[in-house]
Design a protein around this ligand. Structure first.
Ligand code: AMP
Ligand code: MG
Length: 404
């Protein structure tokens, strides 16, 4: 335990990454099922993409050096897309369409809009230079190159590229199995009427959504009562079923904070007072060899700590090679008058006014206010020891980038 000192975000992430062992088991999925998965092997290009020179437009293939201004060229063949072309007869033109392969003997394509069709053939009404409107063989990908590297996360465009290589099945790392344990005697699931003293368990659903978007399987999802025994028993069960346990609440230093206490007993607990706001208490430990990430209890803190601390760790465990969040530099549209020793992640959104884009902050940044995160489309960073005035450049992370 780090005592009363604050731990910087960078320090916490570095410590977590040191202890983040990527999954080692791979599986094969069909290309159609590969969205969101992480490639377990480099994907080489078996043959040039596209496999042959082809036309970028609907028009006529010609040989640029054959052309004489004003002369009609006979149309000697027609090549629809999907047909192998025969060589072009010298001194003629060949009708073709977007994607049609270029016949031997032709070196340019003239758009049909620049051609007059006459009884004697076509008359070209534009300058023609060799290579025009031809998409070269291998211009997308060359045989032997690595199209996609191991550790890449498969988005729709990666699915398309894999298809263009002719790959029907993809080797991916198996999904991480994560257990969600929400602690608190006050918690009730939606669907049950609240009794005095109770609140609905919102963290459970925030985390279910976050983990689904991050491409994890949820192995177990339970609400933990605030007793040492219940906490220990469920942590043991979760450890047997999951690759990672994420808890919410119960990691402060209060006497009802049993996650902290049980992890302390089982050894190897790091408990940090993170120098970020919201989200001060954060725990990382192990139960029977399974890592446990203990997030704070407050709903907005869960969202922020998951995104800013949990996700870099999770991505590494999933086998992602380079998880990097760039953020954007944008002018603030608000004032933060007093400095803080903690870096603040403000629920914020981009606002466009004519040409100008600024970042607006939700007025109430209480860590218990989750609705502010629905108003927001990202998090703006208030650096520690800094005040902010309208127009000052600040870093903004969109939720889309964080989870993309
Ligand atoms: P704790 O860290 O357990 O003291 O929780 C801090 C605050 O977050 C308290 O107000 C809790 O009631 C609230 N809280 C903890 N867990 C949840 C949850 N799963 N859903 C909604 N609020 C929670
Ligand atoms: Mg609690």
């Amino acid at each position: 335990m780090t005592g009363q000192q604050l731990t910087s975000l960078e320090e916490a992430i570095a410590l977590l990454l040191e202890r983040a062992d990527p999954v080692t088991e791979r599986e094969i999925v069909t290309l159609a099922e590969s969205l969101g998965r992480i490639l377990a092997e480099d994907q080489y290009v078996p043959a040039d993409v596209p496999p042959a020179d082809n036309s970028g437009v609907d028009g006529y293939a010609v040989c640029a050096s054959d052309l004489e201004a004003g002369h009609a060229l006979a149309v000697s063949a027609r090549i629809p897309a999907g047909q192998a072309p025969a060589a072009m007869e010298p001194g003629t033109a060949v009708r073709l369409f977007t994607g049609s392969e270029i016949p031997d003997g032709a070196d340019a394509v003239v758009m049909q809009e620049h051609v007059k069709v006459t009884d004697a053939g076509i008359v070209i009404q534009t300058e023609v230079s060799a290579g025009q409107n031809i998409r070269r063989r291998g211009q997308d990908l060359c045989a032997g190159d690595v199209a996609l590297a191991r550790g890449s996360r498969i988005r729709p465009q990666e699915m398309g590229v894999l298809a263009s290589l002719g790959t029907p099945q993809v080797p991916v790392w198996r999904r991480l199995r994560v257990a969600i344990l929400n602690t608190g005697d006050e918690l009730v699931d939606p669907g049950t009427a609240l009794k005095p003293g109770q609140i609905y368990n919102s963290n459970r659903f925030t985390l279910l959504g976050l983990l689904a978007q991050a491409g994890c399987d949820v192995a177990l999802c339970e609400t933990l009562r605030d007793t040492r025994e219940a906490t220990r028993a469920t942590l043991v069960r979760a450890a047997a079923e999951a690759d990672l346990i994420i808890t919410s609440g119960g990691v402060s230093v209060g006497e009802e904070d049993h996650v902290r206490a049980v992890l302390e007993e089982s050894g190897g607990l790091s408990l940090w007072r993170l120098a970020i706001k919201p989200g001060k208490p954060l725990a990382f430990g192990e139960m029977d060899g399974t890592p446990v990430l203990g997030l704070p209890g407050n709903p907005a803190s869960v969202l922020v700590t998951f995104l800013m601390v949990g996700l870099p760790y999770l991505r590494k465990r999933q086998g992602v090679a380079a998880y990097q969040i760039r953020g954007e530099q944008l002018p603030a549209g608000f004032t933060v008058a007093s400095t803080s020793v903690r870096r603040e992640f403000v629920r914020a959104r981009k606002v466009r006014d004519g040409q100008q884009v600024t970042v607006a902050a939700y007025p109430n940044q209480s860590s218990g206010m989750l609705s502010s995160a629905c108003w927001a489309d990202g998090l703006a960073v208030m650096p520690e020891h800094t005040t902010v005035s309208p127009g000052d450049m600040i870093t903004y992370y969109s939720f889309a980038e964080l989870l993309g």
